[in-house]
Design a protein around this ligand. Structure first.
Ligand code: MG
Length: 441
């Protein structure tokens, strides 16, 4: 590469000088893994885990996302204490081979902790491969199938009017797809507040409580109001978050059909996937599933029997970009589209990996988007950007993202966005029914 081009690359991507210098020496022998490090940071309150792999070639390194925010400390240990000693000295350019080796090295496989640890390594190796090639990862996957990634964002409120006001704001900003969720006063709905209403005295425990009946009734009213106020063209999405019983799901599936959702997410839990055969026969509403999947057998029947319309996996939870590519190819054969999980508990590298697949697979559906606050962008430069509802990745080699490790240290695990101490070491609390029965979150 000519010096003039190197300078252009540096200015365009903020890539550090040593990485640029490495570019000038391309053509060197296969790089070996020299070190595996973990960057643990919580710039937005959510615990993010980024794996950094350094090679024996100066300036050649890469970053990958291994964020499992609810058990983040365990992913750190899985990388530092198990994968690192296993990987030192291995060739950094054999991505699938290393994935298979890591996957099998624990004998028991597919735990979310181990999959996230492998994902951090896997995505870092793709970053390295892109930096070696001087190309963004989407080019390594064959190039774009579309110009940018269409996204959806969240609108919610304790009251229907609040949710719809948020939706209108997002639509005014250019969103064509909006997820809508409404709370129930005094109750713990998923994805929306509960308002300033006292809990009924008949609730038999002190924690947050959830009532599936009021959830369904409120949600149907929300959809009716949304269609009246937002019109027929906006794409509406909704997440039931696996909280209602399958028989209630069947009924809800009939009732919501008239509102013509873009998709209905997690109408059933992973433990109840066999119900999809019945649900599919009883509603034409497009179904999105898979956010909680960690094992390939969880999606195999759903995809091959065409029981769902959108695969919702969280890339790091299934082991990174390498297995996700294979999953998208499987889905393509059965016309199941992608809708990768994209909340704030994925580091920007993970969002870039989502967007990279979104750009390159023919069966892209939609991408969930959550904004990066200033602190996140202080730690991770060159994050994917959003314009008129479309997400863009940058053109720098690899993921095109650099991590400011000094800034990362300013935001240790354990504190929320406003500095408040977080409970449960990042894990979630509990939600119960009125009588005290625990429900799935
Ligand atoms: Mg969800």
């Amino acid at each position: 590469m000519k010096r003039r081009d190197l300078i252009k690359l540096a200015l365009a991507s903020y890539v550090p000088a040593e990485a640029i210098a490495w570019q000038a020496r391309r053509g060197m022998p296969s790089p070996k893994i020299k070190d595996v490090q973990v960057i643990a940071t919580a710039p937005a309150g959510l615990r993010l885990v980024t794996v950094k792999i350094l090679t024996d070639q100066d300036g050649l390194y890469g970053y990958g996302c291994g964020t499992y925010t609810q058990r983040a400390d365990l992913v750190v240990a899985a990388v530092e204490r198990y994968l690192k000693p296993f990987l030192i000295g291995k060739p950094a350019d054999r991505i699938d081979d290393i994935w298979q080796a890591c996957y099998n090295s624990s004998y028991w496989r597919n735990s979310p902790v181990l999959n996230n640890a492998i994902s951090g390594v896997d995505q870092a190796l793709w970053d390295i491969k892109g930096r070696q090639a001087g190309m963004p990862v989407y080019q390594l996957l064959g190039g774009k199938n579309r110009e940018a990634v269409d996204t959806y964002r969240h609108a919610s409120g304790a009251e229907i009017s609040e949710c719809l006001d948020q939706a209108k704001k997002l639509i005014a900003e250019g969103q064509r797809h909006v997820r809508i969720q409404v709370g129930t006063p005094g109750e713990a709905a998923y994805g929306a507040g509960r308002g300033n209403v006292a809990r009924p005295s008949s609730v038999l425990h002190d924690g947050p409580y959830y009532n599936p009946d009021t959830y369904v009734a409120r949600t149907l009213k929300l959809f009716e109001a949304a269609r009246k106020e937002l019109g027929p063209e906006i794409h509406l999405l909704h997440d039931s978050h696996e909280r209602i019983h399958p028989t209630q799901t069947l009924q809800m599936g009939k009732d919501i059909e008239q509102y013509k959702l873009f998709f209905w997410e997690d109408p059933l839990s992973p433990e109840d996937v066999a119900w999809f055969r019945r649900l599919r026969q009883q509603t034409s509403t497009p179904l999105a599933m898979g956010e909680l999947f960690t094992h390939p057998l969880e999606w195999m029947d759903l995809v091959s029997e065409r029981l769902i319309d959108y695969i919702r996996v969280h890339l790091t939870m299934i082991g990174g970009l390498t297995p996700a590519r294979k999953l998208t190819t499987l889905c393509e054969a059965f016309n199941v589209r992608t809708a990768f999980h994209g909340p704030g508990d994925i580091c920007p590298i993970g969002h870039a990996a989502n967007a990279t697949l979104d750009l390159t697979v023919p069966n892209f559906g939609i991408q969930e988007y959550s904004a990066f606050n200033e602190r996140v962008q202080e730690v991770y430069s060159n994050c994917p950007t959003l314009k008129n509802g479309y997400m863009y990745v940058n053109e720098a080699p690899g993921w095109g993202i650099e991590v400011n490790e000094t800034a990362a240290k300013k935001y240790p695990f354990g504190y929320g966005e406003t500095g408040e101490r977080k409970l449960y070491n990042g894990g979630w609390g509990e939600v119960r029914k009125r009588d005290g029965t625990i429900i799935k979150q």
